[in-house]
Design a protein around this ligand. Structure first.
Ligand code: ZN
Length: 308
């Protein structure tokens, strides 16, 4: 078996104004590093567009309709201070969701050991009925709910190491103890949520890190607060909200992680998946805004996934 990689050209057509950090070049930077011959064994598949019904797993119909109506016929439309849509954004969002749920199928049916989904828009800030922070639909939340519905997974763990707190994922699962949501993130920072006191139905583990925190504090957070909770929870699937904006090169935050930290964390979560979830790991791209830092980090992360 292999590591599968999903992306889709339409994700390059989700356009943003000049200077916006969540830009198509992010996916081009990822494609460039993954073109290296060490990544030849990747099983590269074009992301299928999701049925719109999949969105209902995490969002109400009224919200889905509102996003659809906001998509302009031409130009760009701002639907939040940071979140912009353009004519192909709907299909890009469906490709991101489609890849995320198909990745779940892949790991449950044995088509892949693990999967990395390189799509945009990202998802972890999207709440049940609110687009924000570059996110329209919550890919990780939809994938988790899909695993429960389509593959009878009893418990799913989502680990989010993006430098920003995944307020959307927390919002969606705050009263759903079938999903464990664990996040490391810089605090204070956008979106302002993610205090350790926010525990939902006992299924939310937030480990805020002060600006300037580096490798040691990240690894300690994972080893002392998150991995033990995963062992307690015994998930049938581990989903990674893989943002790489905690990298020291990133312009949006002040954490100082290295690409080796992402490789290390990947290995740790693969160990957990080996214990509890038959190695099932689905990793979804979230943030990461310095193109070089993003490329190095994705290479380290995917390289580790490929080691199985
Ligand atoms: Zn982020």
């Amino acid at each position: 078996m292999a590591t599968r990689l999903y992306t889709h050209p339409v994700c390059l057509e989700h356009l943003v104004p000049p200077g916006h950090p969540e830009r198509p070049d992010r996916l081009r930077a990822i494609a460039k590093v993954l073109a290296h011959d060490v990544f030849d064994p990747l099983d590269r598949v074009e992301a299928p567009l999701a049925d719109e019904g999949m969105l209902l797993l995490a969002h109400p119909q009224t919200y889905i309709h509102r996003v659809r109506e906001a998509i302009p016929a031409e130009g760009m439309e701002r639907i939040d201070a940071d979140t912009v849509v353009s004519p192909r954004s709907w299909d890009a969002a469906l490709a991101a969701v489609g890849a995320s749920v198909t990745a779940v199928d892949d790991v449950f049916t044995g088509r892949a050991d693990n999967v990395f989904v390189a799509t945009r828009p990202p998802g972890h800030h999207a709440e049940r009925d609110r687009a924000m922070g570059f996110c329209l639909f919550n890919n990780a939340a939809i994938a988790a709910r899909y695993a429960r519905k389509a593959h009878v997974a009893e418990r799913v763990a989502i680990v989010d190491w993006d430098v920003h707190h995944g307020n959307g994922t927390q919002d969606i699962f705050r009263d759903d103890p079938s999903v464990l949501y664990c996040s490391t993130h810089q605090m204070p920072l956008y979106p302002g949520t993610g205090a350790s006191s926010e525990t939902g139905a006992g299924n939310i583990v937030n480990v805020p890190l002060a600006p300037g925190s580096g490798s040691d504090l990240f690894r300690e957070a994972l080893e002392t607060a998150i991995l033990p909770r995963i062992d307690e929870f015994q998930p049938d699937l581990i989903i990674i909200s893989a943002g790489f904006d905690a990298h020291h090169r990133d312009p949006l935050a002040e954490l100082n992680f290295t690409e080796q930290d992402f490789s290390w964390a990947t290995a740790k979560l693969m160990e957990s998946a080996g214990r509890w979830s038959s190695n099932r790991v689905v990793s979804l791209l979230e943030g990461g805004y310095d193109l070089e830092g993003l490329g190095l980090s994705v290479a380290a992360h995917v390289g580790r996934l490929m080691k199985g």
